[in-house]
Design a protein around this ligand. Structure first.
Ligand code: ATP
Ligand code: MG
Length: 429
């Protein structure tokens, strides 16, 4: 029989990797909790219209990247390509917005039909936050710092925070007109994608990945110059909050989220460890989205970070500093005890003891091989455990076991099975 393979761009997370994911997830969960963000879990499958309205028909995500199909009831369904639209839908559907501002976070798989490469998959994972019902400049800074501090607490280095302001809808309209006029006069120099965007989504040309287009844009009019006085002042305020918190950032006038209901603050955190797919986290203010999805007029801001890219940066940080936080997070958990056992009676005793130790909170790996003691001890060494617990038939006969250090110097101890709790004292030395 031929073997079956996973779909292109759909990646298995193997046991050697999952402990890192769990470590990051646990840190993120605690981090969000300390800032009052609560988890929300929404379905992976939604009606296609949610994303068409929530992300916008003119975007690459909706136009080219969605996994959509008709279900058996002939409804058009889509595997979620991002989390914000679903979170907003759920908040509106369940009337959360009438209960004051909502601090929400989510995590899980997202699906986009893109060309797979390092840091880019078709099923990938995001962790994100949405803060619904806040409009202050301070909330923008607080949300940005929530992302920054999470990444910093993971021991990541080489991170760069870039911010921009997209202003009000009126600011963007006047800028769009300026930009289109300027680009139309130079459209022969634009790549094909950007030429098409001139009519559909001109602001998105600003973050074109085409180098010739980027070069052309270096002389183009900028969004910041088109901001009205209030928008400019608001952007100043966001910056001064970041400065007050000592967060380094730079302004990137080309940073856009090319949709009408994104406005004011937009930001990205990139890493110098990732090559072309450098953005780890992206977010911004989206004051128009809730209404766009049928809810009450509600200001909101949020961000999403890509777990796969985060893990790549984490691994780079771990190899750069073997004693750092990232390194601790990437080493796999070793068992507290490796249980060496041989003989009929010993095998049963080993099972009994392992259960007791596990129940007391220790992790125990039992050697299942029945091989000679020497071989089992080799495996015990390789397991990384600090201690071996040893039971042969001789020990089992008298309901005892031995505990001995595997790496450090130290004495072997003999304990009665019923006194297994005494291992605590031995471990503490
Ligand atoms: P990019 O420009 O890299 O395609 P994006 O603007 O499409 O990113 P967002 O929609 O803002 O990305 O998603 C937030 C984050 O999710 C990104 O910064 C990235 O870390 C991650 N991400 C997005 N698409 C993918 C993907 N196909 N594979 C892995 N991670 C992804
Ligand atoms: Mg993308």
């Amino acid at each position: 029989m031929t073997q079956l393979q996973s779909l292109r761009g759909m990646v298995d997370l193997m046991p050697a990797q999952t402990h890192r994911w769990q470590a990051v997830e646990a840190i993120a969960r605690a981090h969000f909790g300390r800032s009052g963000f609560k988890e929300i879990r929404t379905p992976i499958l939604e009606v296609t219209e949610l994303f068409a309205r929530g992300i916008g028909e003119a975007t690459d995500v909706v136009g080219k990247e969605m996994y959509s199909f008709q279900d058996r009831g002939d409804r058009s369904c889509t595997l979620r390509p991002e989390g914000t639209a679903s979170v907003v839908r759920a908040a509106v559907q369940h009337g959360l917005l009438s209960q004051g501002a909502q601090k929400l976070w989510y995590g899980g798989p997202m699906f986009r039909y893109e060309r797979p490469q390092a840091g880019r998959q078709r099923q990938f994972h995001q962790i994100g936050v949405e803060w619904l019902g806040v409009s202050s400049a301070r909330s923008d800074a607080e949300v940005i710092v929530l992302a920054w501090d999470l990444l910093a607490s993971l021991g990541l280095c080489g991170l760069d925070l870039q911010i921009n302001s997209l202003g009000t809808p009126e600011d963007r309209q006047s800028y769009r007109d300026q930009l289109v006029a300027w680009l139309e006069a130079r459209s022969d120099h634009l790549d094909a994608d950007s030429q098409q965007r001139l009519t559909t989504n001109p602001l998105r040309i600003l973050d074109s990945k085409n180098s010739q287009t980027q070069e052309l844009l270096s002389d183009a009019p900028t969004l910041l110059d088109a901001l009205c006085a209030d928008s400019a002042q608001r952007f100043e305020a966001v910056q001064s909050f970041l400065v007050a918190m000592g967060i380094p950032f730079s302004i990137n006038e080309r940073l856009v989220r090319g949709l009408d209901y994104y406005g004011h603050t937009a930001f990205e955190i990139t890493s110098n460890q990732l090559g072309a797919q450098a953005t780890v986290c992206g977010g911004g203010r989206y004051d128009g989205l809730v209404q766009q999805l049928g809810g009450p007029v509600t200001s909101a801001i949020g961000w999403a970070l890509g777990m796969e890219r985060l893990l790549l940066v984490l691994e780079a940080a771990a190899s750069a500093d073997p004693d750092g936080v990232a390194s601790r997070l990437t080493t796999s958990n070793v068992p507290d005890f490796y249980l060496v056992n041989r003989g009929e009676k010993a095998e049963a005793s080993a099972l009994v003891l392992a259960r007791k130790l596990r129940d007391a909170g220790f992790s125990v790996e039992i050697d299942d091989s029945g091989a000679a003691f020497g071989k089992q001890f080799k495996r015990a060494d390789r397991s990384g455990a600090a201690w071996a617990v040893v039971i042969g038939d001789q020990e089992a006969e008298v309901s005892q076991f031995l505990i001995k250090p595997l790496h450090a110097e130290g004495d072997e101890h003999r304990l009665a099975l019923e006194d297994f709790q005494d291992v605590v004292g031995i471990l503490q030395g």
